[in-house]
Design a protein around this ligand. Structure first.
Ligand code: SAJ
Length: 443
């Protein structure tokens, strides 16, 4: 059965279903449709189904080529979206690309994944291949996906259907280019399943594909993002030290990275997104029943979660230097998204900043060129504010007129959370400049 399926995949004769048309699912569905597969996108949000079927992309921010690709593939009839599972019966390959968040206790519940597996199970045809692209904790395919899908379908894995995990590696702003250019780890429940999955992905992935078992695929994905979280936390901890000892973390990073093999990342006002803040907890959750004394991964998370709170402290100090208090102050904040040049606001550090400033009775006025609610004029937003704060290094702020900013502000304070502005330039514009990770020159 699997060899027949592989042949049909090689000839693009199979119908594909992609469940979840989000940042991962939509580009994947478009890419397979672009290369000639017939793709059915299953999406729970009716308005998104309608949007896609009109050939539009639901994502703000810069996604090079995605909107055109949705228009092209829907126009050619190769991509169609639906909100019900009826069409699954014609599909032999099903990709699952739904969110896998962790809850307040930092543990996953996999609610979206469970409901998809139950709905899919009812329609699953013998001989089908099911691939989970969502990021899941090591061991989840074996202990959760397999039993739930077998129970809901009444079929047996490796006998009646095939199952694998191929973690996505997309990044808002580079959805399509990452999909095409980044290598993929292909985790099959059997070696033949991995090979069949590779036959599918080679149609859209121009990079290396490594066939492994499911646990390895689950580990690679969660480890790569945990690694990044720890790296960022290290830069953030150095920033905190620099502030205390009279250093400049941006300069220190530059000089450290001159040494071959050193790649210190950037300190910053926080770590957001749907991947980095939660994947470390997925990895940790896989050993929750052990007595392992994990320290580094939880510590990195707490440092990164602290950074927007540290920004509040910097703002408080900057205001105090001018004899002002947070309570009653108006704070102009540049950047609501979690990432530069993106409209993605998931787990954005700016949301933490805003709620903490609110608790301290400060009023927050946001600007963000990529978030519809905050696309006002920056100078309008800054008018009569007591400080300007940069949380996200959107390219558009490069051309910000700092003199006009100072004239718009009620007090000339600029707090920079990303090492984005130039201290001299800010001083030259008459602004009192505070930068994360840079000691304030003692008066
Ligand atoms: N950030 C820092 N300092 C840095 C890098 C990032 O504070 O040096 C912050 C960003 O401001 C953002 C958050 O971390 O708030 C995440 O940024 P990111 O650059 O890691 O972007 P993401 O969230 O899109 O991460 C994705 C991940 N890819 C996948 O999950 C498939 C991550 O593994 C990639 O390393 C990253 O893209 C990438 O390098 O493009």
């Amino acid at each position: 059965m699997l060899s027949d399926l592989r042949l049909k995949i090689q000839q693009k004769q199979v119908r594909l279903a992609v469940i979840g048309l989000g940042y991962v699912g939509l580009p994947v569905a478009c890419e397979f449709a672009r290369v000639g597969f017939n793709v059915l996108g299953i999406e729970i949000q009716e308005e998104r189904v309608a949007l896609v079927n009109r050939g539009e992309s639901p994502f703000d921010g810069l996604e090079p080529g995605l909107k055109e690709l949705v228009t092209e593939t829907v126009g050619s009839g190769r991509l169609r979206a639906a909100s019900d599972y009826a069409g699954i019966q014609e599909c032999e390959v099903i990709l699952i690309c739904v969110e896998t968040p962790v809850e307040k206790d930092n543990l996953p519940r996999y609610e979206a994944l469970r409901s998809v597996l139950i709905s899919l199970g009812k329609m699953l045809k013998p001989g089908s291949l099911v691939i989970v692209e969502s990021t899941i904790a090591p061991g989840t395919m074996q202990s959760f996906v397999k039993p739930v899908l077998e129970a809901s379908s009444g079929l047996r894995v490796n006998e009646d259907f095939y199952l694998g995990n191929c973690p996505e590696r997309v990044m808002p702003g580079k959805l399509l280019s990452n999909l095409r250019s980044l290598s993929r780890v292909i985790g099959g429940m059997t070696k033949e399943t991995s090979e069949t999955m590779a036959a599918l992905y080679q149609h859209i992935v121009a990079a290396e594909m490594d066939a492994v078992d499911c646990v390895t695929a689950e580990l690679v994905k969660t480890v790569e993002n945990t690694y990044r979280d720890v790296q960022i936390a290290f830069a953030n901890e150095i920033a905190l030290i620099c502030e205390q000892v009279g250093g400049d973390v941006w300069r220190v990073r530059q000089l450290v990275n001159k040494i071959p093999g050193k790649q210190m990342l950037y300190a910053g006002s926080g770590v957001g997104g749907a991947c980095i803040p939660k994947d470390p907890w997925l990895l940790v959750s896989s050993v929750r029943d052990s007595e392992l004394p994990l320290k580094i991964i939880p510590a990195a998370r707490s440092i990164n979660e602290y950074m927007p709170i540290h920004m509040v402290m910097l703002i408080q100090n900057a205001l105090a230097e001018s004899g002002l208090r947070l309570a009653g102050a108006r704070i102009f904040v540049m950047g609501y998204a979690y990432l530069e040049n993106s409209g993605d606001i998931r787990n954005s550090p700016s949301q933490v900043l805003a709620s903490r400033l609110g608790e301290m009775q400060a009023e927050v006025i946001f600007h963000d060129p990529f978030v519809p609610a905050y696309q006002c004029s920056p100078m309008e937003a800054a008018r009569n504010c007591d400080a300007a704060v940069l949380m996200v290094k959107h390219q558009v702020y490069r051309s910000l007129d700092l003199v006009a900013l100072r004239q718009a502000l009620r007090s000339p304070i600029l707090v920079d959370g990303r090492g984005f502005f130039d201290a001299e330039g800010a001083a030259g514009a008459g602004l009192k400049y505070w930068a994360l990770g840079v000691a304030k020159a003692r008066e």
